[in-house]
Design a protein around this ligand. Structure first.
Ligand code: HEM
Length: 351
């Protein structure tokens, strides 16, 4: 059996939740996880599975149905364009005070990003992305209703483009979908980038780049996307479209595609468990690397991938410039079982 779960204690060691750890110790690249789920970490088979059928609307995360209806394609593309404009504008504006990065990661970073990118939206729209609200279904519903009634006015002038999509919606149904899009897009962006940046900070070591100012942060982020990919498992319901592709997959099975395992497999990588950003030096398009799929494969590739790495790099730079230091744990940081894979730690700015 090959080793794809590190067991040695290093300064960036992690302790995966038992169910993730169990997957990491499985033999083979196609294996049964339970009575109705097959796990796949084989690169070619994954590509064929992703290409076999489009993602179902119910399998989507950002663009799953909202307000009782599918999201029309043109409204989906409008949302992603708006998010792109807002992220690029945010990257160019000065960040909030760095002390906001102190505290429990990745949550401190999630709140910080929301403040940085979306706090300029008028009330009640800005409440849609506030962490205290998004954690409660009841408060979320109340805010949704308030925004449907008062989506803001043109006079305000400081809205994000995403908020303007809410204000410009043609009717109540379109507005309710625009509200859901705003909430999901901001959450996916801030949670995903916070997870990626936190994972990078952990892998880079407790003291960031102190003493190594030449660290290539882009390469460090691609290497983080390999070893600790936030989107560590992609799920497909029903094996009907996949049964011909592998004998283990039956029509009634669900399929779990596992980038986390693929990215650590010795068939695809040399020194797979080593954090080595230099392996990406001179690689023009990391996503063309075989066995690497942090943003999915052709057929269901992430629409926001061009935003994620630049924003994470900007956040990482703010953290390192302000000497964000990991206080605890000293080693073996926990990685709980969540849809986004993220290392948990306590950090302090300028300590
Ligand atoms: C760190 C942040 C992110 C990561 C790691 C990530 C990763 C991924 C991955 C792995 C897939 C393939 C999913 C599959 O095949 O099942 C995907 C698809 C997708 N992502 Fe992202 N993503 C991130 C952020 C975002 C954001 C902010 C948005 C938009 C607001 C977004 C929109 C999409 C869309 C539209 C798809 C295509 C699937 C679909 O049609 O629904 N992603 N992403």
């Amino acid at each position: 059996m090959h080793e794809i779960a590190p067991t040695t204690a290093r300064d960036h060691s992690v302790v995966f939740a038992p169910r993730i750890q169990d997957l990491l110790t499985r033999d083979g690249k196609v294996f049964r996880i339970d009575a109705t789920t097959v796990g796949v970490s084989d690169c070619d088979l994954t590509a064929r599975i992703v290409a076999a059928r489009p993602v179902l609307s119910t399998e989507r995360s950002v663009y799953k149905p909202a307000a009782g209806a599918d999201i029309p394609h043109d409204s989906a593309t409008r949302t992603i364009r708006a998010l792109g404009q807002d992220v690029m504008a945010g990257i160019r504006t000065p960040p909030p005070p760095a002390r906001g990065l102190s505290g429990g990661w990745p949550y401190a970073a999630t709140s910080y990003l929301r403040r940085w990118l979306f706090a300029s939206d008028p009330l009640p729209v800005s409440l849609l992305s506030k962490r205290g609200i998004t954690r409660s279904d009841t408060l979320s519903r109340l805010v949704d209703r308030a925004v449907t009634a008062w989506p803001g006015s043109e006079a305000h002038g400081t809205s994000t483009v995403l908020a303007e999509l809410i204000r410009g919606a043609a009717g109540t149904q379109e507005r309710r979908q625009a509200i859901a899009m705003y909430r999901r897009a901001t959450a996916t962006l801030c949670d995903g980038v916070a997870a990626l940046t936190g994972n990078a900070l952990w892998l880079m070591g407790r003291t960031g780049r102190t003493g190594q100012p030449e660290t290539d942060l882009t390469a460090a982020l691609w290497e983080t996307l390999r070893l600790l990919p936030p989107a560590w498992m992609l799920y497909r319901k029903g094996g009907g479209a996949y049964t011909g592709l592998h004998p283990e997959i039956r029509p009634e099975d669900n399929v779990a595609l596992l980038p986390l395992l693929m990215h650590r497999h010795p068939d695809y990588w040399s020194d797979p468990l080593e954090f080595r950003p230099e392996r990406w030096a001179g690689v023009a398009d990391p996503e063309k690397t075989p066995g690497f799929m942090p943003f999915g494969f052709d057929g269901a590739r992430c629409w926001a991938k061009h935003l994620v790495v630049p924003l994470a790099e900007r956040l990482l730079t703010v953290a390192l410039d302000h000497r964000l230091t990991i206080r605890a744990p000293r080693q073996d940081a926990p990685v709980p079982l969540r849809s986004l894979l993220s290392v948990r730690f306590e950090a302090e700015v300028g300590a």
